[in-house]
Design a protein around this ligand. Structure first.
Ligand code: SF4
Length: 261
């Protein structure tokens, strides 16, 4: 029987999902984290979902292929459906030759192993929610109880190990969420980047602005966007920590994506 995935939808041409590139972007449903500030909370909770056959998605990607560089899959957490996702990646590669891209929270290293063992994924973006050296904060930023913090940071560290050196372009991202993370926390995440993410062709760390989009849960909708000046400051100081080990960028609504180092 043909494989199928739970998806929220797709966008034929996206300029914002893969740094400096154009992608066809697919959003998968469901997530294993519960980030209280999630911009796709309905999708993450499975409230937006339909089961779509791999061949249906491939037909859509084929139509868009002349206009894009990457087939990008985000969520939710795409690796929760790693078997149909692998089938989809293989089919897209075979039918379009597009480069493949994945956005993941890296908490399911087994799934990452499986995907990368079956197909070459050129670009992987990992959302690092908080410093890995602070399991309690990682759990809080992910909407989980402090009791599982240690386990989650271990899984993410393992996920980064699986990815390091196996993808051509590894992009690590942290959203500077007001009240949850400080600039000092970003510096500690930069230390994690230096420690865990090695050996990839292109390594990038992006500090992102929190924006109270419509998809954010009600309790975070009234939280103001992170000031752009703070996001830029965090990125500049992260660049000092990384000392040339990675490109450093920041991303805001006001300025789009800007490189600082
Ligand atoms: S922000 Fe990402 S990892 Fe967190 S709940 Fe939303 S989809 Fe899941």
């Amino acid at each position: 029987m043909e494989e199928a995935l739970w998806v929220g939808g797709w966008k034929d041409v996206s300029l914002v999902d893969v740094l400096e590139s154009i992608s066809f972007t697919l959003w998968t449903s469901f997530c294993n984290l519960k980030c209280p500030w999630c911009a796709n909370s309905r999708l993450a909770r499975g409230q937006e979902r339909r089961l779509v056959r791999v061949s249906e998605v491939v037909s859509e990607v084929e139509r868009a292929a002349p206009f894009v560089e990457y087939f990008h899959v985000t969520g939710g957490e795409p690796t929760l459906q790693y078997k149909p996702l692998t089938a989809l990646y293989k089919a897209v590669r075979e039918r379009t030759g597009l480069m493949l891209s994945l956005d993941t929270n890296a908490t399911v290293p087994r799934a990452l192993e499986h995907i990368l063992g079956e197909v070459r994924v050129e670009h992987v973006a990992v959302d690092l929610k908080a410093p890995l050296s602070d399991p309690e904060k990682y759990a809080a930023a992910s909407g989980l109880s402090a009791a599982v913090g240690e386990r989650v940071v271990k899984m993410v560290a393992r996920g980064l190990e699986v990815l390091s050196g196996r993808v051509e372009f590894l992009e690590l991202r942290t959203t500077l969420v007001p009240g949850l993370l400080s600039v000092e926390d970003i510096l500690r995440v930069a230390e994690d980047v230096a420690r865990f993410a090695r050996g990839s062709g292109r390594l990038v760390y992006v500090v992102q602005q929190f924006i109270p989009y419509e998809g954010v849960p009600p309790e975070y909708r009234s939280v103001k966007a992170t000031p752009e000046s703070l996001v830029a400051e965090a990125a500049r100081r992260a660049a000092e920590v990384l000392g040339g080990a990675a490109e450093v960028w920041y991303r805001t609504l006001e300025s789009g994506s800007r490189r600082v180092a």
